[in-house]
Structure formats: structure tokens, C-alpha cells
Design a protein around this ligand. Structure first.
Ligand SMILES: Cc1ncc(COP(=O)(O)O)c(C=O)c1O
Length: 474
């Protein structure tokens, strides 16, 4: 059977699921299949709606608290966005990059309207990495300078300039030499950044809330000082709002919390409503940029970014966000979740170190790294798909769709509580081992974790086959 796109009515059998997993393992990534199974995430993402997706082979439904790090702010399969996509498909295609199009013009106008005042020009991009590449190239082109200052553990994507700005060695080391003259300073440390920004600096690039690094909001004061620092040295300030944009943090854009206006802002992910990829770079029409663009208006063409169909979808996304005042829902649901997670922290000081974030971009930091993967597994057992931070495995991220209702939030809270309960039943074995540095290193090692979880999962599956001991429910 060929994979069907809609999946609305199809019911898959267990044999079919096994075949699909085998095909995925053979042709895409066998390690990933093993890893997901070990962490109770062996779920076929077939049907999706609202804040949930369902495996049609098993009937298992999960709440999506990962949302591909902020791609589904308007919910999975949002009907308003799908209707706009269907309508666009009836008469449009991607359109030609070179030609004037009403849909590109309308989306640019709408983006300028929702953006902080001053960001009044737009480039389109095919995704987050491409938008960051465009932003950095614009900064180098406009200033004629080379140095880009980024932050430790920053995450900006995997394309050329974006990868060079990633603040974790792990992502960069196999591909050196990358772009020259990228410097890294600790996040939220104004003295550190003051010591490197100077007349050679083209731009400072920063996430207003570091996502992959473990949900660290930048202090308002830090961002204000950064603005002054860039102005003093003629450097551009770039905000990467690929993850924080489009209502995620309780404002349309995270920079509104501090009131700091960047010169350039990179956007992607939820601009596409989770159904049609798109990206954008908003920038201020300041003299250096205008002069550069008057000579090099075609410095970053994208045939996929800002496609006519993509623009129709993005327009529907923004309309939906404005009509439902989605940022307010993010703020309210975020407060509800944070307060419940704070209670959990107070009750479990030996496990949870801190809860932080803004709006519905929330992280729980555990005492040890290995507890992030452990929590992810325990949440999956309790029907929630959530991911720990790539650059800080001890931080579990909660980024559900912003359309979640109060009841949905309570379900997530109950699952988090149950997951901590599951962890507490395993930790009496792991915590004594964590006191020995060698064993702690082993526990924190991803390969060892996969081996251990795989072993536990196999044992669990074996027990499930024994009559009377079989698994029930999810
Ligand atoms: C802050 C940030 N910037 C850039 C990117 C890269 O986006 P993309 O995967 O669309 O290239 C991501 C992706 O997670 C991100 O979180």
C-alpha cells in the first residue's frame, strides 16, 4: 500500500505499521526508529487535529508539546489555515520569484503591520536557517564589516551562515572551516559582549529567548544595553524570532517584552501555519541597508520562500492570530502551566532545579542531564510528546499549540505530574549512581541511555505478552 496523504479515513493495521517503520529505518534512519521506540515514542503520526495527533494503527493519541519547536502555534490542521491553503491550491502555484504578486505584497504589508514599528521592509525566505542566512548576509553587506557576534549555545539552524552562528561545537565541528569571524559570548552577560563588540562588528545575533539552549529569556535590561552597544559601534542588531515569533511568548513577537527594536528580525516556523513552509526577514530601512540594497536588491533570492501559495497561508495564519488574539491565550495558558510546574518543583527539589520561560515557551530544568530523556519517556507513557533541549538535555521543553484550552492545559499538567511520579519510581536506582562521576557520565551519554531504554522497553514488551501481566491503556 502506498502512503496516503490525507489519512482521514484509513485505518492501518499493526502489520502495516511495522512495514512503514521498517521502510523508514531502511531508507531514512534506523537509529531514530530504535531511539523513538526506546523512549515510548514509536507512534505513527498519521491523523492530527488541534493539539493532538493519533497513530491510526494503535489508536494511540498524543498531545503535541513539542510542535517541532514552535511550528504549530495555530494548532495541528487548523481549519481556517487549511481552507486558505485549499482555496490557494484551486487557482495558484508558487509563483515566480521575480514578478510582482498581490499575495507577496499583501503578506509584506501585513507583516509590517503586526511587527514593532520601524521594521517596515521584508525579504522572504524558505525557512528559519535561510532567514538567518539572509539576515547575516544583509548585515555584512550593509556594514561592509565581517565580525558576527553570537551567543554560547545559541541555535540558528543548519544552513551556512546560520550554522556558523550556532553556539554549540557539536553542530559545527564536523564541517569546519565554516564562515570565518564568528565570535561567541555567554548569553545574558553584558560585560562579555561589551568586550568583543567594536568597529569591526557587522552584527550581534541573538534569540530573545534561547530555545534549544534550554529556554533562557534574555533580561530586558540586557537587550536594552545590547541595543545601545550596537548603536555606539554602528553594528546591526539581529533578533532570531524563528521560534519565539507569532504569539508563542505571550506577545506577537518576543522583542515586545523588552520594547527593544532590532534592525533585522528573522521569522519562519509558525508563519506557515504548520502546513506550508515560509519564512521572512523584516528589517529597518536605515541608510546603510538601503544603500547596499539599492545596488544588490537580489542578494538573497529564494524561489521557495514567499511563494504565492505560502503567502496565502501566512495571511490566513496572521488573520487567525489577530482574530483570536492568540498571544493572550499563550500568556494565560502559559501562566497556568508555569504555576503548576512551579508547584511540582517545590514538591520535588531533588529532581527539578528551575522552571522558566515566557508565554507558552516553558522549560523545566532538572538536576541532572539524564533526567531530560527520562522525563521525555515518562511523558510519552502518559500521552504527551515533548522534547528536551538539544543544547541542554536537562531541560524539558513545553511548547504546545497556542490554541490549547484550559482543559487541555490541565491534561498536560496532569501528565507532567504523572511523569514526575514515574521518574520518582526509577530514580532511587539512578540517583545513588549519579553521585559517582564515572557513572554519571555514563547515564548522561545518549548512546547509553538509548541502550538502557531499549533494554527496558524490550523487557516491558516481553512482560506484555505474558497473559495476566499485559500492558493496559496507552
Ligand atoms: C531560533 C531558531 N532559529 C533558526 C532555526 C532554523 O529553522 P529551520 O529549521 O526552519 O531552518 C530554528 C529551528 O529550530 C530555531 O529554533
Amino acid at each position: 500500500m502506498r502512503a496516503r496523504a490525507s489519512g482521514k479515513n484509513a485505518v492501518l493495521g499493526h502489520a502495516e505499521k511495522k512495514r512503514i517503520e521498517g521502510q523508514f529505518a531502511r531508507h531514512i534512519n534506523s537509529g531514530q526508529v530504535k531511539y523513538l521506540k526506546a523512549g515510548h515514542l514509536d507512534v505513527l503520526e498519521t491523523m492530527r487535529r488541534g493539539i493532538r495527533f493519533t497513530d491510526q494503527a494503535t489508536g494511540r493519541t498524543m498531545i503535541d508539546c513539542f510542535t517541532s519547536a514552535g511550528c504549530f502555534n495555530v494548532g495541528r490542521g487548523n481549519p481556517v489555515v487549511l481552507a486558505a491553503l485549499e482555496e490557494a491550491l484551486g487557482s495558484l502555484d508558487m509563483g515566480s520569484w521575480m514578478l510582482v504578486s498581490p499575495w507577496k505584497a499583501a503578506l509584506a504589508r501585513e507583516l509590517v503591520d503586526i511587527a514593532p514599528k520601524g521594521l517596515n521592509r521584508v525579504f522572504f525566505a524558505s525557512g528559519g536557517g535561510d532567514a538567518v542566512d539572509c539576515a547575516i548576509k544583509l548585515a555584512r553587506g550593509a556594514t561592509g564589516r565581517k565580525t558576527i557576534v553570537s551567543t554560547v549555545k545559541a541555535y540558528h539552524g543548519h544552513t551556512g551562515f546560520a550554522l556558523s552562528a550556532n553556539g554549540k561545537e557539536h553542530y559545527r565541528c564536523h564541517f569546519e572551516p565554516l564562515m570565518p569571524e564568528f565570535l561567541f559570548v555567554p548569553f545574558n552577560d553584558i560585560d562579555a559582549i561589551k568586550s568583543v563588540v567594536n568597529e569591526k562588528t557587522a552584527a550581534v545575533i541573538i534569540e530573545p529567548i534561547q530555545g534549544e539552549a534550554g529556554i533562557y529569556p534574555a533580561d530586558d535590561e540586557y537587550l536594552k544595553e545590547l541595543r545601545k552597544l550596537c548603536d555606539r559601534h554602528g553594528a546591526l542588531l539581529i533578533f532570531d524570532e524563528v521560534q519565539t515569533g507569532f504569539c508563542r511568548t505571550g506577545r506577537f513577537f518576543a522583542c515586545e517584552h523588552s520594547g527593544v527594536l532590532p534592525d533585522v528580525m528573522a521569522l519562519a516556523k509558525s508563519i506557515g501555519g504548520g502546513v506550508y513552509p515560509n519564512g521572512a526577514v523584516l528589517y529597518r530601512g536605515i541608510p546603510g541597508i538601503n544603500k547596499f540594497l539599492s545596488r544588490h536588491h537580489d542578494f538573497h533570492p529564494s524561489y521557495n520562500g514567499g511563494s504565492d501559495i505560502g503567502c496565502c497561508v501566512s495571511l490566513a495564519v496572521i488573520r487567525f492570530m489577530r482574530e483570536t488574539r492568540l498571544w493572550e491565550r499563550a500568556e494565560r495558558s502559559g501562566a497556568r502551566l508555569r504555576s503548576a510546574l512551579e508547584d511540582l518543583r517545590r514538591e520535588n527539589p531533588a529532581i527539578i532545579r528551575e522552571v522558566r520561560g515566557k508565554g507558552l515557551m516553558i522549560g523545566i530544568e532538572y538536576i541532572h542531564e539524564f533526567m531530560g530523556p527520562m522525563m521525555s519517556d515518562a511523558l510519552a507513557r502518559n500521552g504527551v510528546f515533548a522534547a528536551y533541549s538539544g543544547n541542554a538535555p536537562q531541560v524539558m521543553r513545553f511548547m504546545p499549540p497556542l490554541v490549547a484550552t484550559d482543559e487541555d492545559m490541565d491534561e498536560i499538567i496532569a501528565a507532567a505530574r504523572a511523569a514526575v511520579g514515574v521518574m520518582k519510581s526509577i530514580l532511587p536506582l539512578a540517583l545513588p549512581a549519579a553521585k559517582v562521576p564515572f557513572l554519571l557520565n555514563l547515564l548522561n551519554n545518549e548512546r547509553v541511555q538509548t541502550l538502557l531504554f531499549n533494554w527496558l522497553r524490550s523487557a516491558e514488551d516481553l512482560f506484555a505478552k505474558i497473559p495476566g501481566l499485559g500492558r493496559r491503556g496507552n
